[in-house]
Design a protein around this ligand. Structure first.
Ligand code: PLP
Length: 442
């Protein structure tokens, strides 16, 4: 399924049967899929939680990327969601991949990604993982210290190195630069060391922090990178690659629109790295591609009705005070698919909603939703009013694609949620047609 174009580059046609992707045909929608799946599971007495991965959404977000950041080649950060169908969809869309370890490189290669389309974007790598990258043709990798340079010179002396610099991430929900990135004043020394070791440094990377809320962070980081390019040039290095990292939200309702970021980024790129500079630009988006594509469906497996302390809860306001509050226990929680609630500073709250329709006139009650394990930390939300629900009801949670499936545990023996990846037949057709067109053009 990877015909080779006459100019030698592989084109990947997406083949749903090979990728565990279900096709939505004849106008069937994601909602139809979820309804059918819940009906099917219920009829089998199976209440296991599941994700639906909406690959149409990833396709649309990719088009948005191409439209708004035409100069920036995305290398999807696999750590954000390592579902094979996600990787296969993005491979078909011709993105590159940011891998953080041997395991992620193995996954990408096993799904047909070519090694030139991988950057090993971790600055602190185990020796054996560097050796693995070397023996499998993965040459691009990041570094930010002299020790790392020494390791790379021993295990992968022909690597194409990208110097990760520390940038201001104070306006991001999840900061990364305390742990990674060389300070600007250390750059010259690092480059000198690279030269002594006869290593090939091809460019600069940074990460403004995940869930960035301030366009100016990118502007400043791009200006910082230009400073490094200039220093390197004076030292005789000819750098050709700028990697602007990740940090873009994947939610449509995020406080700053993607287009606001891209306008600032494009201006900064044109100012500091204009097309005639010949510098190639790439990025490492993670949540951008997957966050809004995944919906989690979880089942209420137990409940408790609380009738005491209601007056206290209502702060003495007896008139509208409900006579009870409800506690529901879902079969997925913070040790499973909702791990973001404790692990991801950029996703600290979720808004479950009821799958079945309810009458708007139904009485609502203050509600706490718990996860299934024996731990009190395992709370999904306590900030919601629901009608009275029953064991067996399903709740849905949107925007669950980022740092969720890749961070789950099987604590208490609860199984990980199944993932059903779905794609509209029309989009598959358009995607594969565009590949055919490319081949014909070549
Ligand atoms: N690149 C690197 C090196 C990262 O550490 C991360 C996230 O931690 C990403 C890319 C992806 O970031 P995001 O999901 O914010 O786009």
């Amino acid at each position: 399924h990877a015909p080779v174009t006459t100019n030698g580059s592989a084109v990947h046609v997406l083949c749903p049967e090979d990728c565990d992707i279900e096709l939505l045909e004849n106008g069937r929608t994601i909602d139809d899929f979820i309804n059918i799946k819940i009906k099917e599971l219920t009829s089998e007495d199976n209440e296991e939680p599941f994700f639906v991965a909406n690959l149409d959404s990833m396709f649309k977000r990719h088009l948005k990327w191409l439209t708004n950041l035409p100069r920036v080649k995305p290398f999807y950060a696999v750590k954000c969601n390592n579902t094979p169908a996600v990787v296969q969809m993005l491979r078909a869309l011709d993105t590159g991949f940011d891998c953080a370890s041997k395991g992620e490189i193995q996954l990408a290669l096993s799904l047909g990604v070519s090694p030139e389309k991988i950057i090993y974007a971790h600055t602190t790598k185990p020796l054996s993982h560097i050796k693995y990258a070397c023996s499998h043709g993965v040459n691009m990798m990041t570094f930010d210290s002299e020790d790392e340079l020494l390791k790379i010179s021993l295990c992968h002396p022909k690597a194409k190195l990208v110097l990760r610099i520390a940038v201001d991430d104070s306006k991001s929900l999840l900061r990364l630069n305390l742990k990674f990135g060389a300070k600007l004043e250390k750059v010259s020394k690092l480059l000198e060391r690279a030269r002594e070791l006869d290593l090939n440094v091809i460019g600069v990377s940074f990460h403004v922090g995940s869930g960035c809320t301030e366009c100016a962070s990118f502007k400043q980081a791009i200006a910082d990178a230009k400073e490094v390019f200039d220093k390197a040039k004076m030292m005789g290095f000819q750098m050709t690659l700028l990697d602007i990292g990740g940090g873009f939200s994947g939610r449509e309702d995020f406080e700053v629109k993607f287009e606001e970021f891209t306008e600032v980024i494009n201006d900064a790129l044109d100012k500091y790295f204009p097309p005639e500079s010949g510098v190639k630009i790439m990025a490492e988006p993670g949540r951008y591609y997957v966050e809004s594509a995944f919906t989690l469906a979880a089942n209420i497996i137990a409940r408790r009705v609380i009738t005491d302390d209601m007056k206290e809860l209502c702060n003495g306001n007896n008139e509208n005070c409900p006579d009870k509050m409800m506690m529901y226990y879902l079969n997925d929680g913070v040790y499973g698919s909702l791990s973001c609630l404790i692990n991801d500073a950029a996703h600290t709250a979720v808004e479950p909603y009821l799958h079945r329709a309810v009458d708007s006139s139904e009485q609502r009650y203050p509600t706490v939703v718990w996860g299934p394990t024996c731990d009190c930390l395992d709370k999904v939300t306590d900030n919601i009013w629901f009608p009275e629900l029953q064991v067996g009801d399903w709740l849905l949670i949107d925007n669950m694609g980022a740092y969720s499936v890749s961070l789950t545990t099987d604590f208490n023996g609860f199984e990980r949620a199944n993932i059903y990846s779905v794609l509209s037949a029309d989009i598959l057709h358009a995607l594969n047609l565009s590949h055919t067109y490319k081949i014909m053009q070549d």
